[in-house]
Unconditional design. Structure first.
Length: 317
């Protein structure tokens, strides 16, 4: 009768070994594998490459910035341009998309880029832009009675007269117009270097009121004016209800006062054109509660503290 030979592992035979709990096909850690590190198939001693999401590229550092130079909190490029008085935030966005803005000698044509206003080199149309810090940014608010025949813009490539040529009481501060007023229209126009307030006053969600005196051709019927009061359909969609009332009649024309809460291009003119009474003359008599009382065409005045506070209340600042 044959006897089983005891094994070196404590007397258990090879046929009675405990089955391994390791899943089939999973290699075990060898003696040379450092403790605490997981086994990785492939080249020994190297971890498997991990997939990481690509981060958006940061703006190139200013090569002229000195080591240890003070830095400011990063802000978005279009907001920096508005703070510098180049244009409103909305207009600055258009300038960026047009490729007119360069940061550290690289053209920027995408939105959302952040810059350091103290160290980055910012240029618009080749001209260097200095962005003041928030603490040293003196806000200026100016009301202008824009005359007809003047462009509502900071400059014109064709050399036409702009509203900036009518401003003389701001000590060189760079301002920009809030919203637009047509070349052949006149009336109340706000100019400022407060980009945040300008953005809010022109944003559709705040429904800032603008009142116009429009001299229209002929005599509109009440039924036609009711269409404007309810809202009328235009090529770019229906208008919001407007406040409309007749101010008086001339020989063949009629003066109508209309208050709107939208900022669409040439909106008042298109509304009256839609009811077949085109506008012959247009004067904006009030913007966000600011009136033309005592302000002749071509003249401007600084806003009072109370007027500025009221504007900020309209924009829920």
């Amino acid at each position: 009768m044959s006897q089983q030979t005891p094994s070196k592992s404590g007397g258990r035979s090879s046929s009675s070994k405990r089955p391994s709990s390791r899943p089939a096909g999973k290699p075990s850690r060898g003696k040379n594998t450092p403790a605490g590190k997981k086994f990785s198939p492939g080249k020994p001693g190297k971890k498997a490459p991990s997939k990481k999401a690509k981060r958006p590229q940061k703006p190139a550092l200013n090569p002229d910035a000195k080591k240890g130079q003070l830095q400011a909190d990063p802000i978005r490029l279009h907001k920096a341009l508005a703070r510098a008085g180049v244009a409103s935030r909305r207009k600055a966005e258009e300038m960026i998309l047009e490729g007119r803005v360069r940061v550290n000698n690289a053209t920027v044509q995408e939105m959302g880029m952040k810059i350091d206003p103290m160290s980055d080199d910012i240029r618009v149309d080749g001209r260097k832009v200095s962005v003041p810090s928030e603490s040293h940014h003196d806000k200026v608010y100016l009301l202008l009675h824009k005359p007809a025949g003047v462009l509502t813009t900071t400059k014109d490539d064709r050399g036409r007269r702009t509203v900036m040529e009518l401003i003389s009481n701001v000590d060189g501060t760079r301002l920009f117009p809030v919203g637009r007023l047509d070349f052949d229209s006149e009336g109340a126009l706000l100019l400022t270097n407060d980009g945040d307030l300008a953005h809010a006053l022109t944003h559709p969600k705040y429904h800032v009121a603008k009142t116009y005196a429009a001299k229209v051709k002929g005599t509109p019927k009440e039924a036609d004016l009711d269409k404007l009061r309810r809202g009328i359909y235009l090529d770019d969609g229906p208008t919001n209800p407007a406040h409309v009332e007749v101010l008086g009649k001339a020989r063949i024309n009629t003066w109508v006062e209309i208050t709107i809460t939208e900022g669409r291009n040439r909106l008042v003119k298109r509304m009256f054109w839609r009811i077949r009474h085109p506008v012959m003359k247009l004067v904006r008599t009030e913007f966000a509660g600011l009136t033309l009382d005592g302000l002749p065409p071509g003249k401007s005045r600084l806003l009072t503290k109370r007027e500025v506070a009221r504007l900020k209340e309209l924009a829920t600042f």
